[in-house]
Design a protein around this ligand. Sequence first.
Ligand SMILES: C[S@@+](CC[C@H](N)C(=O)[O-])C[C@H]1O[C@@H](n2cnc3c(N)ncnc32)[C@H](O)[C@@H]1O
Length: 333
Amino acid sequence: MNALLFERPVWFATGPLILEEEPQEMEDFTYHRPVLAAEVVELLAPHPGCLVVDGTVGGGGHTEAILKTGADVLALDQDPDAIAEAREQLSSYGGRVTVKQANFRDADKVLDELGIQKIGGALLDLGVSSRQLENAWRGFSMMRNGPLDMRMDPGSTITAAHIVNHYSEEELTRIFRDLGEEPAARRIASLIVKMRKDAPFTETLQLAHAIERVVGRHGRRHPATQAFQALRMEINDELGALEQGLGVLTARLELGARIAVITFHSLEDRIVKNFIRDHSREWLDRPEWPEPQRNREYDLRPITGKPLEPSENERKMNPRSRSAKLRIAEKIA
Ligand SMILES: C[S@@+](CC[C@H](N)C(=O)[O-])C[C@H]1O[C@@H](n2cnc3c(N)ncnc32)[C@H](O)[C@@H]1O
């Protein structure tokens, strides 16, 4: 079964897979509830006349909160479905919002095309949206069967099926261990390589069940959670895009403008933390240097020391916010 050949309506109408939920319920998604939205707006401090880049527009929740302050927004997302949804959602704001399909790592190109030099703020709210997770045909879910896809940008070439069926045992181990921090990484990789000799992996539940055989069930979390997250991060090069995007967006901030990043994973948070630390030291010193040297990357002031986390109330209202961490820094040079 080739995920690339599926037409969505055909998938819902005649797909051979067993859906755990009725299609009507799946059509009725509520889009991503914006995480830490009040904190983002307060600390990003957008205002009329400034242009904020939202690099991860998703369902447009944060973008809309920023638009309500009177600021304009350039909203990006690599997922064309998110773009279509956001355009509709935000249509009442007219020319104050520009919605474009792009990876935020390529924000430079988009800004150049629009003739924009400097921006008055930037936001990244990382990971997948509720809609992406809940749409079985996107292949992100280990609860609902769908093609093993997991691409946020369906125009990119590598799917989860490709990785699972073609990567070596060592490469699979590296992905599950390094990106998923999965203790059973080697055993999962070994079982996948053994099983795919009989039949290739094509569906999400097929892979989820195989992983469950290795990991077993402990607690409420699905045993394939970490392995699925690792595949998703690999397929979409999420850490690479984050490192590049932070550099690109920070370089475009005008003096006094801020960048806010919401992460959901310790590896992402470490990248953001280190980036802000590396950009907020005026001087660098090493034992082998005769004297400290000026840091050429020095251009930020951290606004959040420790990352901000959702309140108890927000966690209750929106369980997906549980692992969120918000870091903000201000352009100073
Ligand atoms: C957590 S959701 C954002 C939700 C949004 N803040 C809201 O209020 O609805 C993350 C979104 O970022 C997008 N995304 C993730 N990585 C991206 C990247 N490197 N470039 C562009 N979009 C990306 C995903 O496609 C997804 O739609």
